[in-house]
Design a protein around this ligand. Structure first.
Ligand code: SF4
Ligand code: SF4
Length: 203
C-alpha cells in the first residue's frame, strides 16, 4: 500500500489488541496487596529504565530554535509577499479588491488609483497581521498571482496592531532577478498544466 493510501485507510480494527485490566480492588486489604505487588515488581523502575535508555541513546528530539529550524512545507501559509511581473518589474496587483473582499478577518486594506495608462494600481496595500489568521483565501482568490504566502513565519511583534505595508511585502526592484515564481499557497501546482485540460472560460 502506498504512503497516501495508507494514510487514507482509516480501518484500524486490524491493529486492535486487548488490554488486560485487573479487577479494581475494593477492600483495604486488596488495595494493600496491589501496592505491595506493584512495588515488588518494581514497575516504577521499568519506566525509569526506559527513560534512561532513551537518554543513553543520545537521540535528541528537540531542536535548538532559533539557531535550528525545522523545514516547512512549500505550501505553508506564512507572511505574505507581493510579487512583480518579471519582464517589466510592474506590480502584478491590479487593485481588483478581491483579496480585500474575501478576507474573513477583514484585515486587508487597499487604496487604488488609475495611472496615466488607464491601469488601476494599488497606492496602499496593508495587512494587519494582528488579525490575519493565515487562511490563504487572499492568495487563492488573486487572479494575478500577485499575493502569495512566503516562507517567513517569524512575525512576532511587540505591537498589538502589527501592520505590514506594501513596501514590506513587495519584491524590491533591485532584487527582481531573484524573485522566483513562488510555489507556495495560491500559486499553481507544478502539475497544473497537465491537470487543467481546458479553462472554464473556454466554453
Ligand atoms: S490569509 Fe486570510 S485572514 Fe490573512 S489576509 Fe489573507 S484572507 Fe485575510
Ligand atoms: S486579489 Fe490580487 S490583484 Fe486583486 S487586489 Fe488583491 S492582490 Fe491585487
Amino acid at each position: 500500500m502506498s504512503g497516501l493510501e495508507q494514510f487514507k485507510d482509516r480501518n484500524v480494527s486490524q491493529n486492535y489488541y486487548k488490554v488486560k485490566i485487573e479487577p479494581y480492588p475494593k477492600t483495604g486489604w486488596e488495595k494493600f496487596k496491589r501496592v505491595v505487588k506493584r512495588s515488588i515488581k518494581l514497575e516504577l523502575f521499568v519506566g525509569l529504565k526506559i527513560t534512561l535508555m532513551e537518554m543513553l541513546r543520545f537521540n535528541i528530539h528537540t531542536i535548538q530554535y532559533p539557531k535550528e529550524k525545522l523545514p516547512i512545507g512549500p505550501r505553508y501559509r506564512a507572511v505574505h509577499k507581493l510579487l512583480r511581473l518579471l519582464e517589466s518589474g510592474t506590480e502584478r496587483c491590479i487593485g481588483c479588491g478581491l483579496c480585500e473582499k474575501i478576507c474573513i478577518a477583514n484585515c486587508i486594506r487597499i487604496d487604488t488609483k488609475v495611472d496615466e495608462f488607464g491601469r488601476k494600481i494599488p497606492t496602499e496595500y496593508t495587512i494587519n497581521f494582528g488579525r490575519c489568521i493565515f487562511c490563504g483565501y487572499c492568495a487563492e482568490v488573486c487572479p494575478e498571482l500577485a499575493i502569495v504566502h512566503g516562507q517567513d513565519y517569524e512575525n512576532a511583534s511587540e505591537q498589538r496592531a502589527h501592520f505590514a505595508l506594501k513596501e514590506d511585502m513587495l519584491t524590491p526592484l533591485d532584487k527582481l532577478k531573484e524573485q522566483k515564481e513562488y510555489p507556495g499557497f495560491g500559486a499553481p501546482t507544478p502539475a497544473a498544466d497537465k491537470l487543467i485540460k481546458k479553462t472554464p472560460l473556454a466554453y
